[in-house]
Design a protein around this ligand. Structure first.
Ligand SMILES: [Mn+2]
Length: 429
């Protein structure tokens, strides 16, 4: 436990739960806020955390807005952040706004960080949430532009952050309002050492989930029972929740990319595709394996499996700084996979690869795509080619997570076997 975290817990007093939540040092979050300020130059940046309602979905506990968490490490509802970059004679300022102590909220939700405790998070100034609007208006008087998270697309209901931006814009009519998503995406794409270590923990726990599934898979078991074994193993291994609904598709369901009904029964002779990953201290894992229901691949399924595996290995081997994830040309990882299917598969098989080759992973399972396609050291991404043959009743996807190193990459999911023989050996054990 680092000293900062110890103080943080002491600040909460005797009521603090012995949570295993891992947060980076206050200095790291401070660097991120400074880097964002530098990236925008002048203006005022306003980022809102989620409120209690926005942060809940289904049975899941509160889940903070990802950009806000990235900049603060603050994991409770109703907070906000303002960053005023240095501008002329105006010095840099950063303010965290937190809800005032509320007896009703602490009765229902447990103890919350008050203004005094929130100082431990390392933001220069901490004020009450009710001071947010007047402070933002004051800071905007001296600055030309307002930056924030603008609505992601048309037709969506605005969330609290978007409503606040709209209100501030109305109040300060002359202000130019700009989105900071692409700047945040660029910062978030390159992971810190601490983030890579935390993602590895999400990966390790998710590997336990996959290994647990292989122990229960056999004809007659339901997809839901497989999903249950996986969720149980991930949570037992330290995940606080799943990173997305478990996808357990057997037979024809393995050809549905985001199948999550999980209501069919596993039939002999087929395959079952499991795209399942958990979250550890907010960081996601995303892993897919496709295994034979009866423990041994049929000839046709094995042929397609090895074709996908070959493509997947080629792409992983080509990951390095400067390589491009989505490009089709010689430096493009997607191009490498397409050419592999053309050269090694039957005619037209490449058209059965129907989705992107991979994506960035971090605080979100689909981390925001940075504006540039070129990979850099410290980026974490999935490599997940697949082939889907609904006319033959099955699909195969193999998904690993890699972290880009100085001259290549390290496969974070390397401990989970993907060779057909290795999978069959474990299932037979
Ligand atoms: Mn994925």
């Amino acid at each position: 436990m680092n000293p900062r975290r110890r103080t943080f817990l002491l600040g909460l007093g005797a009521l603090a739960p012995a949570a295993a939540w891992e947060r980076e040092s206050a200095a790291i979050y401070s660097q991120r806020r400074r880097a964002l300020a530098e990236a925008v130059g002048g203006g005022l940046i306003v980022v809102l955390g989620y409120d209690e309602y926005e942060g809940r979905s289904g049975y899941s506990s509160f889940r903070q807005e990802s950009h806000f968490y990235y900049l603060t490490g603050h994991n409770e509802p109703g907070a906000a952040l303002a960053i005023a970059p240095e501008s002329g004679r105006r010095p840099y300022r950063e303010i965290l706004f937190v809800p005032e102590a509320d007896a009703h909220a602490s009765k229902w939700l447990g103890p919350r960080l008050g203004i005094d405790d929130a100082g431990e998070l390392g933001v220069d100034e901490v004020l009450s949430r009710s001071a947010m609007e007047p402070q933002a208006r004051m800071l905007l008087k001296e600055r030309k532009r307002l930056y924030g998270l603008l609505p992601g697309g048309p037709g969506r209901d605005r969330n609290a952050a978007e409503r606040l931006l709209a209100r501030l814009q109305e109040v300060c009519r002359r202000k130019d309002v700009r989105d900071i998503r692409s700047r945040l995406a660029r910062l978030r794409a390159v992971k810190s050492t601490g983030e890579i270590a935390t993602i590895q923990k999400a990966v390790d726990a998710s590997i336990e989930a996959h290994l647990a599934a292989w122990k229960v898979i056999r004809p007659g078991v339901t997809e839901q029972q497989v999903a249950g074994a996986m969720v149980g193993a991930a949570l037992t291994a330290g995940c606080e929740r799943m990173a997305y609904p478990p996808i357990v598709g057997s037979g024809l369901n393995s050809t549905i990319l985001h199948y999550d009904r999980n209501d069919a029964t596993l039939a002999a002779g087929g395959v079952v595709l499991m795209d399942v990953g958990g979250e550890y201290s907010r960081y996601a894992a995303d892993i897919t394996r496709t295994v034979p229901v009866s423990g041994v691949f049929s000839d046709r399924r094995r042929k397609i499996y090895d074709l996908v595996l070959g493509a997947q290995k080629q792409a992983v081997a080509a990951v390095k700084p400067g390589a491009r994830l989505y490009a089709h040309g010689p430096s493009g990882l997607t191009g490498i996979v397409e050419r592999w299917f053309e050269r090694h598969g039957e005619p037209g098989i490449g058209s059965r690869f129907t989705h992107g080759l991979g994506h960035h992973v971090g605080l979100d399972v689909h981390d925001p795509r940075p504006p540039e396609d070129e990979l850099q050291r410290g980026m974490v991404l999935t490599i997940e080619p697949g082939l889907y043959l609904p006319d033959e009743g099955f699909g195969v996807r193999i998904e690993d997570m890699v972290v880009v190193t100085d001259d290549g990459c390290r496969t974070m999911t390397g401990r989970l076997p993907k060779e057909a023989e290795a999978i069959e050996a474990i299932m037979a054990a």
